[in-house]
Write a protein that binds this ligand. Structure first.
Ligand SMILES: Cc1cc2nc3c(=O)[nH]c(=O)nc-3n(C[C@H](O)[C@H](O)[C@H](O)COP(=O)(O)OP(=O)(O)OC[C@H]3O[C@@H](n4cnc5c(N)ncnc54)[C@H](O)[C@@H]3O)c2cc1C
Length: 333
């Protein structure tokens, strides 16, 4: 994808114009482009470069108001929404009812990528009941299509973006075909405790389905599945391994040589074993402070050594800063 100005766009002709670059517009443009169509995408918001603009690696102490929400950033400092929110300046919006129960509030973003920049990555399929609510209980409206019509597209999107989860065969919660979902991360201590208690109540407590890559996507197999009969698209996506992928990301604006690439399945990592922090169920959470203690000249960083932000990026950064200070103190000794 190349970013161009309106003046440059005027010089060329396009087969299709897609208005809006969110999940819907993005998928439309991707699908058409992979089929060889010349697509122009128009976006009302400004460019947004997650690599440089996302303040994810700042701790609470570095954030204004310690990260809490403001009228400009209702979801707090870390929310990636640009030029948007419940209200968008210059774009009046009414929910057409004084009754709070009938009001619909609509979060909007005006930026490249739209709300894909701040969604929670929860990636669920509608189940068969959701398509035919009127037939089932007389409420709402039946969709003109059913689950079976959409299922192949769910398969494709899950494979394309990488969604982890498990197939549990629960009512109205469709399974994905074998090989589509990535393995879910190992449950954390809190998850295990919930599972244990829920089991007694006969309530299934399972991993959610989220668009987070827990293993490296199979770039050799997926192109054939996603773009059967389209050798050009397969060739582009297969991209000759990590070097090919890096070369194709030059449009991000920061070309750099790939110094080294190492791929391993997160699940097989002997240190994390697929979880953020892997603790034996018998581990006493009160002992967490001990994980941050330096031993001789070895210091420890990582979200698992954070008490306040365990499991979060904030914990990783906070403990990295603490460990750096410890190393500096050791160097002065
Ligand atoms: C806090 C939050 C968390 C969420 N978490 C999840 C989740 O975990 N799982 C889930 O499935 N969903 C989640 N959602 C919902 C999901 O993010 C949205 O449904 C989805 O991203 C919407 O995609 P879209 O393409 O329809 O719209 P958008 O992403 O809003 O894209 C629309 C784009 O069109 C542009 N545009 C608008 N008007 C014009 C114009 N006139 N000319 C040119 N461009 C224009 C906008 O600037 C924007 O970039 C979440 C939503 C919020 C608010």
């Amino acid at each position: 994808m190349s970013l161009i100005s309106a003046a440059e766009a005027d010089k060329n002709s396009y087969d299709v114009v897609v208005v809006g670059s969110g999940a819907a517009g993005g998928q439309t443009a991707y699908t058409l482009t992979m089929d060889g169509v010349r697509v122009l995408m128009l976006e009302a918001g400004r460019n947004y470069v997650p690599a440089t603009e996302t303040p994810m690696l700042r701790t609470n102490g570095e954030a204004p108001l310690r990260g809490s929400g403001t009228p400009e950033k209702p979801f707090g400092f870390w929310d990636a929404t640009i030029d948007g929110g419940w209200q968008v300046p210059g774009e009046p919006y009414t929910s057409d009812s004084d009754d709070p129960a009938r009001q619909f509030v609509w979060w909007r973003a005006r930026m490249l990528g739209g709300r894909t920049n701040h969604w929670g990555r929860i990636s669920l399929r509608n189940g068969p009941y959701d398509f035919k609510p009127y037939t089932r209980d007389g409420l709402g409206f039946d969709w003109p299509i059913g689950y079976e019509d959409l299922a192949p597209y769910y398969d494709k999107v899950e494979m394309l973006i990488g969604v982890y989860g498990s197939n549990e065969g629960l009512e109205n919660t469709p399974n994905s075909p074998p090989g589509v979902l990535l393995p879910p991360p190992k449950p954390r201590v809190s998850d295990l405790l919930i599972q244990q208690r829920a089991r007694k109540l006969d309530i299934p407590a399972i991993a959610g389905h989220r668009a987070v890559m827990t293993t490296v996507l199979d770039h050799k197999r997926l192109p054939q599945l996603l773009h059967p009969g389209n050798p050009k698209a397969q060739q582009i996506l297969a991209a000759e391994g990590p070097e090919g992928v890096a070369a194709r990301l030059a449009w991000l604006g920061r070309p750099a040589p790939l110094l080294a690439a190492f791929a391993m399945a997160w699940e097989d990592d002997p240190w994390s074993r697929g979880g953020y922090a892997y603790f034996d169920p018998s581990f006493d959470p009160l002992g967490r402070n001990a994980l941050a203690l330096a031993t001789a000249r070895i210091t420890f960083a990582g979200e698992h050594t954070s008490v306040r932000w365990q499991g979060y990026m904030n914990g990783a950064v906070e403990t990295g800063q603490r460990a750096a200070a410890e190393v500096a103190a050791l160097a002065r000794e």
